[in-house]
Design a protein around this ligand. Structure first.
Ligand code: NDP
Length: 246
């Protein structure tokens, strides 16, 4: 993907950072979006540049149409039209359904699902003109299996799978692929808050018996973003140690 322009939302930390670095190693120019953590984003930019690639970081909320418009104006000014989009920005507001507050539901849906809608719409026209594009949506094993205490998150991640398949059908004939990656449990700040006893319980449900690494998710994203994956679209690729075998 030498010289390709890639945008990774939520690339400031965790899985998004690993994706940004991996795409940089593969030769892409990388734009990273993040919501608030300037320091983390600066670290990602340094890692991407160390990997030999150009990098720009953009602060903004993927759930805000104005912020997303500013993000893609910035990307175009810095690098040109985006050719690879990784919708990775995501968040959780866990609660059991009986207690889940409307803002908890809305916030998760807006970041995880509406954010992907806004960013996809922002890149699609130029990809159609170029007759080439790669869109990769980061879903979750939870979007496939469900998870007690995460109805909002699971709904947003399952929603992403429907979005993926629908957009994939719309643009398949234009040389654009749209796929989802469904990671299992990966050690990041998102899962860092889990108690050790809960982590042990989770490990018990993973055939491989361990959490995944962000870099293991990034490998799959890089594969899907590359030339070699040009005949794969509308798919959900699980990177989950065998949790959700299909
Ligand atoms: P982290 O919480 O470690 O990082 C999330 C990143 O997304 C940060 O860079 C954060 O910005 C950014 N972000 C969050 N909300 C917004 C927003 N509204 N607008 C713009 N950026 C935002 O998460 P992970 O790396 O663990 O997760 C990455 C993706 O992978 C998510 O979609 C998550 O749902 C998914 N996933 C994670 C799993 C895991 O076990 N960790 C398992 C399955 C899926 P900032 O740094 O500024 O806060």
């Amino acid at each position: 993907m030498q010289g390709r322009v890639a945008v990774v939302t939520g690339g400031g930390r965790g899985i998004g950072r690993a994706i940004a670095v991996k795409l940089a190693r593969e030769g892409a120019k990388v734009a990273v979006s993040y919501r608030a953590n300037d320091e983390a984003a600066k670290e990602t930019a340094a890692l991407v540049r160390d990997a030999g690639a150009e990098c720009e970081v953009f602060r903004g909320d993927v759930a805000s149409a104005g912020d997303v418009a500013a993000l893609f104006e910035g990307v175009e000014a810095a690098f040109g039209k985006p050719e690879i989009l990784v919708n990775n920005a995501g968040t959780t507001r866990d609660n059991i359904m009986l207690r889940m507050k409307e803002p908890e539901f809305d916030e998760v849906m807006e970041t995880n699902l509406k954010g992907a809608y806004l960013c996809t719409q922002a890149v699609l026209r130029s990809m159609v003109r170029a007759r080439w594009g790669r869109i990769i949506n980061i879903s979750s094993v939870v979007g496939i299996l469900g998870n007690a205490g995460q109805a909002n998150y699971a709904a947003s991640k399952a929603g992403l799978l429907g979005l993926t398949r629908s957009v994939a059908r719309e643009v398949a004939a234009r040389g654009i692929t749209v796929n989802a990656v469904a990671p299992g449990y990966v050690e990041t700040e998102l899962t860092g808050g889990l108690e050790e006893s809960v982590k042990d319980q989770i490990r018990g449900q993973i055939p491989m018996g361990r959490f995944g690494e962000a870099e293991e998710v990034a490998e799959m994203v890089a594969f899907l973003a590359g030339e070699g994956a040009g005949y794969i679209t509308g798919q959900t690729l699980a990177v989950d140690g065998g949790m959700a075998m299909q």
